[in-house]
Design a protein. Structure first.
Length: 407
């Protein structure tokens, strides 16, 4: 069963739509595949099991449980007891009847086991690791925190969570690619599940395989991931999670990266587009007005509504100064997520007043947009409490900059 990933807070736009039972319209992310297919883990051939009972046994612990392999359900399974993810201290082969488990999963007669495991001094965790048969990968089928009955602190749990890093990311005209490594201290040689989200949608679930390049100290022999998925043209935010398999408290977020299939905007002198200036000037006229979800002005706005309104006014104003044949047209999507995909990705260093500042969550879902004023500051329809006002740009890790005028 694929563990559920943490769900970060969503925007007012999404929350209100879901509460009202309204379907959200959004530009399709995939060019040729459906994101729904990535919601579930791929069919697993890994061993399955559980620890069902434990008790102290001298200087060790007695463990009772069961295990089976989906590719050899009638066979007994060989398990090893792994201490702190590295040290093997005992082993056992399933040999005990468990009628309930056998009936539930269609197994042979003896999927159960009992094993007394000696515990080295200072041991912090114990995992029962089942040897794979056929396709799939050997891995934990139950883990314990030690000593028995211990309540771990948040810091201790965090120390047993998976870790990793996105080491490379890129985009082509038809897809995005994310590379990196992930490892779990409770089973350092495991093939871990990594999940790539793009624009808030789970797009691919992949097992780590092979060593990262370059090899990372402590990363394990099967810790590299390389995930590619097709996308439509435009700007996209990709985020990677790794699924916890031991006694850690949660899955681990490895970060997000923004990519544009068209490449970033040029590297020449910074532009100073007339439309940008006019859009910011128009937005500033509405300082102090109310935030209202779904509103596009002129008396109240939501974040993306302010952008649509301000740019429409700006284009009209600029066109009045241009001769026939030189007039411009600009079609801006209604919601912030679609505006982010339509805008050209630019680095923060190339943002000029009137460009756009987008905020995204830990799945890559863009939920807010503001109009860039200067480094560290945007102007936006913020929320019901702050209304239309200046807004600080706080977190570079969850911010991307886009432009409708840069080339």
């Amino acid at each position: 069963m694929f563990p559920a990933l943490p769900t970060p807070g969503r925007s007012l736009r999404r929350a209100a739509a879901l509460a009202a039972g309204v379907a959200l319209a959004a530009t399709a992310v995939l060019a040729t595949a459906s994101p729904a297919a990535a919601d579930a883990a791929p069919k697993s051939h890994d061993p399955v099991g559980a620890i069902t009972a434990t008790s102290s046994a001298g200087k060790g612990v007695q463990v009772t449980g069961w295990a089976y392999d989906p590719d050899a359900k009638a066979n007994d399974v060989y398990l090893i007891a792994k201490i702190d993810g590295t040290k093997t201290v005992a082993s056992v082969t399933t040999s005990k009847a468990n009628a309930t488990v056998s009936k539930k999963y269609g197994l042979g007669r003896t999927p159960g086991y009992t094993l007394t495991v000696p515990l080295p001094a200072g041991a912090k965790s114990l995992c029962m690791v089942a040897q794979n048969q056929g396709a799939g990968t050997s891995g934990p089928v139950g883990c314990l925190r030690l000593p028995l009955g211990t309540t771990w602190t948040s810091a201790q749990l965090t120390a047993h969570q998976p870790a990793g890093k996105i080491t490379g990311y890129s985009a082509t005209g038809s897809g995005v690619r994310f590379r990196g490594y992930a490892t779990d201290p409770d089973w350092t040689s495991a093939h871990l599940r990594t999940v790539l989200y793009v624009d808030g949608q789970p797009m691919a679930t992949r097992y780590t395989t092979g060593r990262p390049n370059p090899a990372v100290s402590g990363a394990g022999p099967h810790s590299a991931f390389d995930i590619s998925v097709p996308v439509a043209a435009g700007t996209h935010v990709g985020c990677v999670w790794v699924v916890n398999i031991g006694v850690g408290k949660a899955n681990t977020f490895l970060g997000c990266k923004a990519v544009d299939t068209r490449g970033k905007a040029g590297t020449g002198p910074l532009p100073s587009p007339a439309v940008n200036k006019a859009a910011l000037a128009e937005a500033l006229k509405h300082k102090g007005q109310a935030y209202s979800w779904g509103a596009t002005g002129p008396k109240s706005f939501d974040c993306s509504g302010l952008v649509v309104y301000s740019y429409a006014k700006a284009v009209a104003a600029v066109n009045k100064t241009l001769p026939a044949g030189k007039k411009i047209s600009m079609s801006i999507p209604r919601v912030s997520a679609d505006q982010a995909r339509a805008a050209r990705l630019i680095p923060a260093s190339r943002a000029v007043p009137g460009d756009l500042v987008f905020t995204f969550d830990s799945e890559g879902d863009v939920y807010h947009v503001g109009i860039y004023v200067k480094p560290g500051q945007a102007f936006a329809a913020i929320d019901y409490g702050y209304g239309v006002n200046y807004q600080n740009i706080w977190d570079p890790a969850s911010t991307l900059y886009g432009s409708f005028t840069h080339t």
